[in-house]
Design a protein around this ligand. Structure first.
Ligand SMILES: [Zn+2]
Length: 82
């Protein structure tokens, strides 16, 4: 998906920014931080470009296979312990 210039929800201007992506795991609720996203300046809707989805997929796999631990790399943290 190309970068969005206009918000599909409200038509507002989209700006590149960072968000966090929450997933459930056996370690608890995990936030993958600093995910590249297009964020609406009007309504705050967040859309992830394709490369962010790939990044999340790879990171989730590393977390689930325990190749990385929270704060080992600054990519994710445990929000709530399981
Ligand atoms: Zn919007």
């Amino acid at each position: 998906m190309p970068r969005l210039k206009k918000c599909p929800d409200c038509g507002g201007k989209m700006e590149p920014g960072n968000t966090e992506f929450l997933i459930e795991s056996e370690q608890g609720l995990i936030a993958i931080e600093d995910v590249d996203a297009d964020i609406c300046t009007i309504c705050g809707a967040e859309y992830l470009p394709a490369k962010s989805n790939e990044y999340i997929e790879k990171t989730v796999e590393k977390i689930f296979t325990k190749k990385i631990a929270p704060h080992q790399e600054t990519v994710f943290r445990v929000v709530a312990e399981a």
